[in-house]
Design a protein around this ligand. Structure first.
Ligand SMILES: *[C@@H]1O[C@H](CO)[C@@H](O)[C@H](O)[C@H]1NC(C)=O
Length: 525
């Protein structure tokens, strides 16, 4: 009894000092592999390590990550596999797509093929009745969902859990979330423009605005069959509405890379969750690196989803370019898939997987050669490493246009890959000190943010739970019909008044003239 009495003031004290939040039950949803998974895993870890009860609902199938990356998670995971047959089909499809990307042919068709796959997978996800029922009974306080795949929204809706959407890249869909940027300086996704647009750039950006609506409709349409199959008529959600229903939107964006633009209070930018202080690299790699002397080394990765190159010419040109460099090269490339008849340049070390963040933090690193995925770029910014990009698909072109505009590096379109040009460009980015200086400056900007990204993420998730949602951040525009939002009704009203007034003025003037003209005639007479 005495002990219980002694504890009470302590408990009171705790209540006063610690935020009201107790451990919350949080579900994370991840139905896209590769970098999307790496981010959702990091988010789950942050929430788990800060005392929350976290579970991830994960789809295995298109990760393209080595198994060891997927296996180690400190939080429980409910997962299902898309099956070996489909996985093989998807892999084959992806290899075929890569061949196109490497020839510089990434287009809307390729994007829609990918969305078609996501929709096909979503059908399988929504058929996982056992897991869905189990998760529904889990009574989660909140879900943090991967916001690129429309399926995440459908699953969250099915489970009846409020959700925060985490978007893995730049503001590709900000318009859908109500943050239309002014077209005069906010380039549309896939416009390949920067924030400095001349007259015809602005014409292009404006015309593309109409096109972006059509793309959104196409994405939604590709999920319609799945919605029809899994939700009863009368209560079928629309993806557009579900996206507006998110309690908060968090983008994997930082203004060291993205162009500044207006946003909304329910949109947060927390970029660079995977970038951080470097750990020492393995003794083996360290020995390889120290052989490079003062020349240093180059890190090469073409993304978590591309571990080998199916186009021989492309591989030969890259290999030939590296052969001309003084630097050592550490290249993430699945060694078993390297063609036998091509000799690996002597300064190259191929590795099946590498800790990019640790290598970029090494004092001898000189350059990152990358596909331009956001996570890689954020790691380069964090460590102040200049970048040479080879954009292949998705947002990579747009990301690298930003890197170039900010003078942190440059890029070579894949169809222009040629050994001599590649080597010259690498040399230019390494030797022209402006790139390194800018990279270091961006690094200072990123590292001096008031809060590190993991604290910020935790803070916003807990804020949403404590407030019982994000309604206080959501603009009223979400409830307005589109013509009210864009003031079309007001414009019509004002235009009508102006027309009526002009009409009356013309009438009056005509009347006056007709009154005056007989007099004038008389005078002349
Ligand atoms: C979803 O999967 C089921 C079972 O495999 C199949 O019968 C159905 O046709 C699929 N629906 C869609 C829209 O793909």
């Amino acid at each position: 009894m005495a002990m219980a009495g002694a504890q009470r003031p302590l408990i009171l004290l705790l209540f006063l000092q610690v935020p009201l939040l107790q451990a919350a039950r949080i579900l994370t949803l991840c139905f896209v592999g590769g970098s999307h998974y790496l981010l959702m895993d990091k988010i789950s870890r942050i929430l788990h390590n800060n005392g929350h009860e976290v579970r991830m609902f994960l789809q295995f199938g298109d990760g393209m990550l080595p198994d060891h990356v997927l296996r180690q998670s400190p939080y429980p995971v409910s997962s299902y596999s898309l099956g070996e047959k489909y996985k093989q089909e998807f892999r084959d499809l992806f290899v075929e797509s890569q061949k196109k990307y490497l020839k510089g042919r990434y287009d809307l068709d390729a994007f829609m093929v990918f969305m078609g796959q996501l929709s096909y997978q979503c059908n399988i996800t929504l058929h996982q009745a056992d897991i869905l029922n189990f998760l529904k009974e889990g009574k989660y306080d909140l879900a943090v969902i991967e916001g690129f795949n429309p399926c995440s929204f459908l699953v969250a809706d099915r489970l009846g859990v409020p959700y925060i959407a985490f978007f893995p890249g730049i503001f590709m869909n900000a318009g859908r979330v109500g943050a239309h940027g002014p077209l005069s300086y906010v380039p549309l996704f896939q416009s390949r423009l920067t924030d400095r647009m001349d007259f015809f750039d602005r014409v292009k950006n404006t015309v593309m605005y109409a096109g972006s609506y059509m793309v959104d409709r196409m994405i939604d349409a590709s999920f319609q069959k799945v919605i029809d199959e899994h939700f009863p008529a009368g209560s079928r959600p629309s993806i557009a509405d579900l996206q507006l229903d998110a309690e908060l939107w968090i983008y994997n964006v930082d203004f060291t890379i993205e162009f500044p633009r207006p946003l909304l209070p329910n949109i947060k930018c927390i970029g660079g969750l995977l970038a951080g202080p470097a750990k020492p690299v393995s003794a083996d790699l360290e020995a390889f690196i120290s052989d490079s002397g003062d020349s240093g080394f180059i890190v090469v990765t073409l993304g978590s989803m591309i571990s080998s190159l199916p186009v021989m010419e492309f591989l030969k040109e890259m290999n030939g370019g590296f052969a001309q460099m003084r630097q050592k090269v550490i290249w993430r490339y699945e060694r078993s898939r390297w063609p036998i008849d091509v000799e690996v340049a002597p300064n190259i070390r191929l590795v099946d997987w590498l800790s990019q963040n640790d290598l970029l933090g090494h004092p001898k690193v000189r350059l990152l050669v990358t596909h331009g995925g956001m996570n890689s770029l954020m790691e380069a910014v964090y460590h102040g490493v200049p970048v040479l990009g080879i954009p292949l698909f998705g947002d990579q072109n747009e990301n690298l246009i930003r890197i170039k505009a900010k003078n942190m590096g440059t890029f070579i379109p894949p169809e222009e890959m040629e050994a001599e040009k590649f080597a010259n460009t690498m040399r230019r980015v390494i030797e022209d000190s402006r790139y390194k200086t800018t990279a270091m400056k961006q690094s200072v900007i990123l590292r001096s943010r008031p809060l590190p990204p993991d604290r910020e993420l935790l803070g916003w998730v807990e804020h949403i739970i404590q407030c019982g949602g994000g309604g206080h951040l959501r603009p009223y525009s979400y409830q307005q019909p589109w013509y009210q939002q864009h003031l079309l009704d007001v414009l019509l009203f004002i235009a009508t008044i102006v027309v009526v007034i002009l009409y009356l003025i013309v009438k009056v003037v005509r009347l006056l003239i007709s009154f005056l003209s007989p007099n004038r005639k008389q005078k002349v007479n």
